[in-house]
Structure formats: structure tokens, C-alpha cells
Design a protein around this ligand. Structure first.
Ligand code: ATP
Ligand code: F6P
Length: 443
């Protein structure tokens, strides 16, 4: 059997890692856990988050703060049972081929961490602790207001009372909380400690490549408000002919889109704050960025070039179906994995986009002008599209998309330039040159 590899090209056979979150409530643990899961799944690494709060809610759906007091025996019993149930499910999931399990709970005492390690090490699962430590009271209050008062724990309750109760809950945790290795006796643990949203990080005993990728990704996360704008290049001369790939100039309507883009961007940004613009190295994306304001920094990335269609570059879908019928069918059957002869698959594109995603996470407002397949892959990262869905997502020409990351998801807005363009979307089984994107599930 061929070794199982993941998106970053390393063998994941027999590899099992548990990321154990640590920290007081409202420190962004679930946020970090979710992002790690999304990033890993996008790279084809089976990852799953086990949120102990969800298990606890089965037994204690709306507990008040005193439930979390360690002197509350009933509360302690139920919390312990919830942690055990989450870990048991995670172990089952590892048996079925899971690679990175994320245990999302406070794990805020040494005893709890030792309990987790003892169970996981017996099963030969590597453990990385990821602690979020934050003493910025204003940020914690904002977190409580943003996500905690609307949590199922407080459904139907007055938000002010909910916020007060949540603060009391935190006080109960603070009584027993011990930051990792605060006493110097957890030095043998593998951990990443993120202080005040990355202002300072401590890394201890990180071992293999996958662990360091996860740690590097988490170190780069920030929560400053920002958006990412995505646009395809304006319509190209080859688009007009229904030919794929190539390095063509813009069509007259494509040039019109380039002229309209600054206005569209301004409308969508809502102010004249500058964006950084990333294009591919191909003529059509560079020409599309041409009229953007001079004070926008522009950068060309080879990694943003369109999916390489190899021997099919410059052909129409009909020509490909005629000349390489088996390939054409194979692509429809598994478009994500199909690699053009001498070219690339969507999976290959995701691998080369990994540095782009890493850089995007570190950055503030970025406008990316790229190509159909590349934008689908970036969109899939933000919108958690599956490998079956992502290669078919309609990304029409002459449309600007604004993605705004929120606490638990990404908000999408689209801005149409109202400049006609051919559709380059092709439905399964068809060779149509121009097709209208399906109305559902589109961008
Ligand atoms: P709980 O223990 O109650 O489950 P939690 O630690 O999991 O709390 P989240 O639900 O993840 O907290 O809180 C989400 C909020 O935390 C979001 O508003 C997000 O912007 C913010 N956040 C994300 N990362 C961090 C961080 N490193 N430090 C502090 N806040 C963060
Ligand atoms: O047709 C425009 C284009 O960007 C081509 O250059 C590229 O091969 C194609 O879209 C990717 O879309 P699909 O994967 O649906 O063929």
C-alpha cells in the first residue's frame, strides 16, 4: 500500500498527535483549536476537535458559575465525566485513522494535564500542550461579550447577567489555574505558550516536522480585525476562446474591469486605507492590478499562478475531451486529485499555497488577484470547503469577494463590477465553453 501522505508531503502513517489546549476561559482556546483543525484539514491531515464543553452540556446544559468551583463535588464529578467522554471519543477516532486530535478544554491544573498525558502516552500518542495566556482585561471582556454571552450556556439569559456570571466562572478557575511549567516541574512536556495573542511565545521540546508546522502556524495567528479580498483577473483573450491556462493579455472587457477595480475596492473597503496587493506572475493578473492606487504595495507570487494544465495548457475543454478522453473523465471523477499530464492537480496547488496561507494569517488587509483554481483553493481554506466541493466552486470573472474572519467562521461579501464576461465554469461531464454557474453554493 502506498504510504499515506498529507498535503505538506510528509508521511502521516502511524503519526498521532494530540494538541491539548490549556488556559482560563475566554482566552481563545476554541478559536485556536478551530483554526488549527481547519488548516490541517485543508492540508489533508485528518484533524478533529473534541470540545469538552459540548460534552459537559449533555449533563449540565446551563450551569451557573458555582458549578465550576472545585469545592462543588457534583460539578467536579460532571466535569471529570465530560473530559473522560471527550478523551474516550478521541481515542476511538484515532483508531479510525485520525492524525491530529485537539482536546479543547481548560486543562488548567497540573493534575489534569498529567491525567491526559498518562492516557495518551499509553496509546503512543504524542502530546503537545498549547496554552493561551492573556491578562488584557479589556480583551477578555470583549471576548466575553462577543462569544460567551451568546453561548448555549446562557441561551435566553440577560447578556449583562451572563457576562457577570462568566466573570465569576473565570474567578473559580483562577483559584486552581497553573500555567504550564510555572513551577518548573513540567519541563519535560512539549508545549507552546502564547502570551497576549502572540506578543510573546514560549516553545518547549517541539519534536517532528508536523509538530513544528502546527506550532509555526499557531504562532502567527492574530485577531486584529482585517479582511482578505479575492478577485480573478479580468477576462482574458484566452477566456474568450474558452482556452485554459496560457499567459494571455486582457480582453477589452477585462481591461474595463481593471479600470473599475479601484472603485469596487474602495466601495468594499469603505475607506481609503491602503491594501497590500498580491498578484500572480502572469500578465493577466498584473494588468488587472494596474490601476489600483500607487500607494498600495504590490507583490507578485509565483505560488499564485494558475493551476498548471501541463500538456493541456492552451486547449479548450472540448479539445481535451477529444484528445485525452480518459484523462477528461478521470478529472471529472476526482477533480481534486487529478493531475494533468506534466502539470498539476488541485492538491498540488494547495501544497504550493501553504506559504501564502501562512503569510495571510500573519498579515492585515490583503487583496489577492489570481486565477480560478487558485482562488478556489484559498476560498476552500477560509470557508472549509471539502475536497469534493472546492474544485467546482463557481468563481465568476469581474467579481470582487471580501472575506472577513470572525470568531467562529468567515463572513463573505461579493461585489459585482457589472461588466459582462464569459463564464469559465464547467459542469461535471460537460465540455461547454460558456456555462452559467449554478446558483447554489456559489461565491
Ligand atoms: P472557554 O474556556 O470558555 O471555552 P475559550 O478560551 O475557548 O473559552 P474562545 O471561545 O475561543 O475562548 O474565545 C473566542 C474569542 O477569543 C474570540 O473573540 C477571539 O477573537 C479571541 N481570541 C482568539 N485568540 C486569542 C488569544 N490568543 N488570546 C485571547 N483571545 C483570543
Ligand atoms: O478557464 C480559466 C482557468 O483559469 C484555466 O486557466 C484553468 O485551467 C481553469 O480555469 C481551472 O478551472 P477548472 O479546474 O474548473 O478546469
Amino acid at each position: 500500500m502506498a504510504p499515506k501522505t498529507n498535503g505538506i508531503g510528509i508521511q502521516v502513517e502511524d503519526m498521532r498527535i494530540c494538541v491539548v489546549m490549556v488556559g482560563l476561559p475566554a482566552r481563545g482556546k476554541s478559536y485556536i483549536a478551530q483554526k488549527a483543525q481547519r488548516y490541517l484539514k485543508w492540508l489533508s491531515i485528518p484533524a478533529k476537535t473534541f470540545n469538552v464543553g459540548n460534552y459537559r452540556r449533555n449533563d449540565a446544559p446551563q450551569p451557573s458559575a458555582d458549578f465550576f468551583d472545585t469545592n462543588n463535588a457534583e460539578g467536579e464529578r460532571k466535569r471529570r465525566a465530560a473530559a473522560e467522554a471527550a478523551v474516550a471519543d478521541m481515542l476511538q477516532w484515532f483508531k479510525g485513522g485520525g492524525v491530529v486530535g485537539i482536546l479543547d478544554a481548560t486543562n488548567s491544573t497540573k493534575e489534569r494535564r498529567k491525567w491526559v498525558i498518562d492516557i495518551l502516552e499509553k496509546k503512543a500518542i504524542d502530546v503537545i500542550f498549547v496554552e493561551s495566556k492573556c491578562d488584557d482585561e479589556d480583551l477578555i471582556m470583549a471576548n466575553i461579550r462577543d462569544v460567551k454571552t451568546t453561548s448555549p450556556d446562557y441561551k435566553g439569559q440577560d447578556p449583562e447577567k451572563a457576562a457577570q456570571d462568566f466573570r465569576d466562572r473565570i474567578r473559580n478557575y483562577e483559584k486552581v489555574y497553573k500555567s504550564i511549567n510555572a513551577d518548573g516541574d513540567e519541563d519535560d512536556l512539549t508545549y507552546l505558550k502564547i502570551m497576549n495573542v502572540g506578543k510573546q511565545v514560549i516553545i518547549n521540546r517541539i519534536r517532528d516536522y508536523l509538530q513544528s508546522r502546527i506550532v509555526y502556524y499557531l504562532m502567527n495567528l492574530h485577531i486584529r480585525p482585517r479582511s482578505v479580498w479575492l478577485s480573478r483577473h479580468g477576462e482574458s483573450m484566452l477566456n474568450l476562446e474558452g482556452r485554459i491556462g496560457g499567459d494571455a493579455d486582457l480582453s477589452p472587457r477585462g481591461k474595463e474591469y481593471a479600470r473599475k477595480l479601484p472603485e469596487l475596492v474602495l466601495e468594499s473597503v469603505g475607506s481609503d486605507r491602503p491594501l497590500t496587493v498580491w498578484t500572480s506572475t502572469l500578465k493577466r493578473t498584473i494588468a488587472t492590478a494596474r490601476h489600483l492606487p500607487q500607494h498600495y504595495n504590490q507583490l507578485q507570487w509565483k505560488a499564485l499562478d494558475e493551476l498548471d494544465a501541463g500538456v493541456c495548457d492552451g486547449m479548450t475543454y472540448q479539445e481535451i475531451a477529444d484528445m485525452y478522453p480518459e484523462d477528461f473523465q478521470a478529472r471529472d471523477e476526482d477533480k481534486y486529485n487529478y493531475r494533468y499530464r506534466g502539470g498539476e492537480s488541485y492538491r498540488d496547488v494547495v501544497i504550493r499555497l501553504e506559504p501564502i496561507i501562512m503569510e495571510l494569517e500573519r498579515s492585515e488587509d490583503i487583496l489577492i488577484i489570481s486565477h480560478q483554481a487558485v482562488i478556489r483553493c484559498i476560498y476552500a481554506y477560509f470557508m472549509q470547503k471539502t475536497q469534493e466541493e472546492s474544485p467546482w466552486v463557481p468563481v465568476p470573472l469581474h467579481t470582487l469577494m471580501k472575506l472577513t474572519p470572525r470568531a467562529y467562521g468567515t463572513e463573505v461579501q461579493t461585489y459585482k463590477a457589472n461588466i459582462k464576461a464569459v463564464s469559465t465554469w464547467r459542469g461535471k461531464g460537460s465540455t461547454a465553453k460558456h456555462e452559467d454557474p449554478s446558483p447554489e453554493g456559489g461565491v
